[in-house]
Design a protein around this ligand. Structure first.
Ligand SMILES: C[S@@+](CC[C@H](N)C(=O)[O-])C[C@H]1O[C@@H](n2cnc3c(N)ncnc32)[C@H](O)[C@@H]1O
Length: 381
């Protein structure tokens, strides 16, 4: 459900996504203010997404009016014969615009760029005293009093506020924050500090009005803030429409502002949640990788354990075979010892028997030998 349709009694935005950066969301206001007028040329500064471009071309087709688109970062073609795209930064691109009645200023949201654009637009001729009418985006928080640089190099260094890339904003934090709106978006390099001189889009509008008191402006809060800049001497019809709108803002401005605050806080919360979600996802991914590494190591360890287990079994088998061999050897050695002891006993017995026999024989032999001597002795005694 997009493009301003009123479904179920509630209007959808003119673009998808929660950021709502497109001026197309103010289409109903443009149509009411411009109703019945016949601008000869429209100019859109900052064309990205071409959501507003299509709306402008729809309006331009009615009177075959010219449409200028100025943007240095994109290449843009439209299916409209009176569309002229100028691929330059606004300060240079505006010098190619020869005549224009209605401007949509939505390029680089900082004091230097916007003040310069208004000073240049003031000098470009328009087709009648009803014009020019300038619709200018981002006069509300956060760029009302804080510069942001889409392309810092297009702003001279001396005209740039001190700024850090990568940090975002939060309506409840005066400084910049890591988790705010547009944190990490390279197209939003915010000034470090809010407020002070020559800082922010609304400050640029106010300074333009101070220098050009014949001009007036009306701010509409919500969706980053829309400003309508007009000359006080334009026709009564347009002045009446702007006056009606001004009354509506007087009545409803605070409510719109509360809704905007709520929307922006929710956006910041979404950024924070998204940031924490990606941190958690990163850490989960790391843990999953670590788990997979451990799983791999586990598989290797299990294989190694299996290899060692089978080695242990092999060794145990060898050991039990060895034990059997040792037991067999013990048995054989015991038997051999037993046989040896028996043989020894037999030998000893044999020896003893032999000794006995030999001693008996030697006694007998001794007696035999000594007998004659003894007989002889007896005779002669
Ligand atoms: C917020 S977007 C425009 C959205 C568009 N106007 C819409 O309402 O749908 C801002 C665009 O401004 C362009 N831009 C940045 N600096 C610029 C400059 N100095 N001059 C012109 N355009 C610029 C960027 O390239 C980007 O495309």
């Amino acid at each position: 459900m997009i493009d301003g349709q009123d479904n179920f009694g509630i209007n959808a935005p003119h673009q998808s996504g929660p950021f709502l950066h497109s001026m197309a969301n103010f289409s109903s206001i443009f149509e009411r203010v411009l109703a019945g007028l016949c601008p000869q040329a429209y100019c859109e500064i900052g064309v990205e997404g071409q959501i507003l471009s299509r709306k402008i071309i729809e309006m331009a087709r009615i009177h075959s009016s010219k449409v200028y688109g100025i943007d240095p970062t994109i290449d843009n073609k439209q299916d409209y014969e009176n569309y002229i795209f100028i691929q330059k930064p606004s300060h240079k691109g505006l010098s190619d615009v020869t005549l224009c009645d209605v401007y949509f200023v939505d390029g680089d949201h900082n004091y230097y760029t916007v003040k310069g654009e208004l000073d240049l637009i003031k000098k470009i001729p328009s087709s009648s005293s009803d014009f020019p009418l300038i619709f200018l985006h981002d006069v509300g928080w956060p760029q009302d009093r804080r510069d942001s640089y889409y392309l810092p190099s297009y702003v001279p260094e001396e005209s740039r506020q001190a700024s850090i890339s990568g940090l975002g904003v939060d309506p409840e934090i005066s400084g910049l924050t890591k988790f705010g709106l547009a944190s990490g978006d390279p197209n939003y390099v915010f000034a470090d500090a809010r407020g002070g001189v020559k800082n922010g889009v609304l400050t640029a509008v106010e300074d333009f009005i101070i220098e050009n008191p014949e001009w007036s402006y009306l701010n509409i809060p919500g969706i980053f803030g829309l400003c309508i800049l007009y000359k006080q001497d334009i026709c009564e019809d347009i002045l009446n429409r702007i006056s009606d709108l001004s009354s509506a803002v007087t009545w409803l401005g605070e409510i719109i502002s509360i809704l905007e605050y709520n929307r922006l806080k929710n956006l910041c919360e979404t950024y924070r949640t998204h940031h924490h979600f990606s941190l958690t996802t990163n850490s989960l991914n790391k843990q999953i990788l670590h788990g997979a590494e451990l799983e791999k190591k586990n598989v290797v360890a299990v294989k190694e354990k299996d290899r060692k287990d089978s080695l242990i079994k092999e060794l145990q088998l060898k050991q039990s075979l060895l034990n059997q061999e040792i037991a067999e050897a013990h048995r054989e050695s015991y038997n051999a010892r037993r046989i040896a002891v028996e043989a020894n006993n037999k030998a000893e017995k044999l020896l003893a028997d032999n000794l006995l026999i030999s001693s008996s024989w030697s006694y007998l032999i001794g007696k035999i030998i000594t007998f004659p001597a003894r007989q002889f002795k007896k005779i002669f005694n």
